[in-house]
Design a protein around this ligand. Structure first.
Ligand code: FMN
Length: 216
């Protein structure tokens, strides 16, 4: 009888120890699909900011050492973690404003394709491309059209932004769609060029609000 009692006592003690051990080392939690956040699409996408911008004498701002569009482009790149590429013509435009407008007018009238100083090496790796430019004669500067036609934008998303002296985006979005028929072109942002130089905080606010509203 005493042996049976001892045996029962031992069984109780062993099973008691077991449950204590289980409490101390809980089984690893299984993560449900809900707990593991799916990667957000924009986080996976590789973004590029391409821009054309001119320095020198400019409308409403005098002589500038950093172009209006470049200022906006750099801010967008900083906010989105994008790489940047600057479109440069092989033959630089004059620093003086009037001569530059004359050349730009001739290029527009003859639908010229001014040569690029160099093309981008690897556009293929980018999904989303912010495209920045000044409005010239209510249109894209022709060198920007050269760049668009020199690269394959099929399946990519293009997000235009311009700086201007009063025309807004004018014909530029239509021209981008025509040059890149297989790209998705989102609604663009128009920034008054002078604000980029003289009221940058206001530009930052506009860009921030615009970036929030677009599906990059
Ligand atoms: C050749 C040329 C043509 C321009 N044509 C226009 C125009 O048609 N409408 C407009 O609002 N601004 C026009 N502007 C003003 C520029 O769009 C504006 O100053 C822009 O912010 C310049 O940007 P950037 O410094 O990046 O080159 C023109 C400027 C130049 C140099």
């Amino acid at each position: 009888m005493k042996k049976i009692f001892l045996l029962l006592l031992m069984i109780l003690m062993v099973s008691g120890c077991g449950s204590e051990t289980q409490e101390k080392t809980p089984a690893p939690e299984k993560k449900s699909a809900e707990q593991t956040p799916a990667p957000t699409s924009s986080a996976d996408k590789k973004i590029l900011v391409v821009y054309f911008s001119r320095t020198g004498e400019e409308y409403a701002v005098g002589n500038i050492t950093k172009g209006n569009t470049e200022i906006v482009a750099e801010y967008i790149a900083q906010k989105t973690g994008a790489d940047t590429f600057e479109i440069k013509p092989a033959q630089p435009y004059p620093d003086a404003y009037e001569p530059c407008t004359e050349i730009a007018k001739q290029e527009l009238e003859s639908n010229a394709r001014p040569a690029l100083e160099k093309n981008i090496d690897s556009l293929a790796q980018y999904d989303t491309i912010f495209l920045g430019f000044p409005i010239w004669w209510s249109a894209l500067p022709r060198v920007v059209v050269t760049f668009l036609e020199a690269n394959d934008f099929s399946g990519k998303t293009i997000i235009p932004f311009c700086t201007h002296g009063g025309s807004g985006l004018a014909n530029s979005e239509r021209e981008i769609k025509d040059a890149c028929p297989n790209a998705k072109v989102l609604d663009g942002l128009a920034v008054v060029g002078k604000s980029a130089q003289e009221n940058f905080p206001a530009v930052q606010k506009d860009v921030d609000a615009w970036l929030k509203g677009i599906d990059k």
